[in-house]
Ligand binder design. Structure first.
Ligand SMILES: [Zn+2]
Ligand SMILES: [Zn+2]
Length: 265
């Protein structure tokens, strides 16, 4: 075989036509959507709620709940008639959009401009194509398009079912802060606050956004509490009663840490 022939064969096998690929993904998504709706009886649920912090999409009726993990693909704006991939959206948290990198790198390999351009003119039908492609590349089980804003359509790829106990464990680790919305929970003594330095002792060395083990939580207390703890020799009823631990959000925790330790957040 001559080298030129060989090269030709390789390039031919790599090249895929964008629109036939997108069509195939849309067809596959239709089947997935039917399966999802039937298997989980999605139409039965009255309410839906998605939370970028926990990464959970929850359907509910009364106290009956159904949870899935999801990621945010992107959004279509009816106002500007543009599609925006979530990786191009600075307001979308990293954890909830990192899977769209699969689409982007596939787009780079295949030379599909629409999969590698952050924002461009588009339409609703094409937005479904993007969601279908993202589903295909991430092995998703379906797409959910929450209808909360007619001007901005958000597309979520559902990646897996989560049983109620696991979902509760995940949700328990988050709090809704009045300033920072949903964040991981953290524990601090009653004396720690956002304005006055009172010292900052931690259960272990922490950095914001770090991964925590199942049993670990962010925990901090002030100098006074540390004195009582050392006097008692441990965290016991007396030192705990003095500290009166409260729950704050992760962001508040690291703001208190920065204030007390004079570091930048
Ligand atoms: Zn304290
Ligand atoms: Zn907060």
């Amino acid at each position: 075989m001559s080298p030129s022939k060989k090269n030709k064969k390789v390039s031919a096998s790599v090249a895929i036509d964008y629109s036939s690929f997108a069509d195939k993904c849309v067809e596959e998504l239709k089947v997935l959507q039917d399966n999802l709706t039937n298997e989980y009886d999605l139409d039965w649920y009255e309410n839906w709620f998605y939370n970028h912090a926990t990464g959970l999409l929850t359907f509910s009726t009364g106290d009956k709940e159904l949870n899935f993990r999801y990621f945010d693909v992107g959004s279509y704006s009816e106002r500007s008639k543009t599609w925006k991939w979530s990786w191009d959206n600075t307001s979308t948290p990293d954890e909830i959009k990192e899977k769209t990198q699969l689409v982007r790198s596939f787009g780079e390999r295949s030379n599909f401009p629409k999969l590698i351009t952050g924002q461009f003119e588009s339409n609703e039908a094409e937005s479904w194509e993007f969601a279908a492609i993202a589903t295909k590349l991430s092995n998703g089980i379906g797409v959910y398009r929450p209808v909360n804003d007619k001007q901005l359509m958000i597309f979520l790829v559902i990646t897996e079912f989560v049983d109620n106990e696991t979902a509760k464990n995940i949700k328990d680790r988050y709090v809704k802060c009045s300033t920072h919305e949903y964040r991981r929970r953290a524990f601090v003594c009653r004396h720690l606050n956002a304005t006055t330095k009172v010292g900052f002792e931690e259960a272990f060395e922490t950095v914001e956004g770090m991964e925590l083990l199942e049993d670990d939580d962010f925990q901090a207390w002030c100098n006074e509490c540390e004195a009582v703890r050392l006097q008692e020799g441990e965290w016991n009823d007396k030192s705990m009663a003095f500290a009166r631990i409260k729950v704050v959000c992760e962001k508040c925790y690291f703001e208190m840490k920065a204030l007390n330790l004079n570091t930048d957040i």
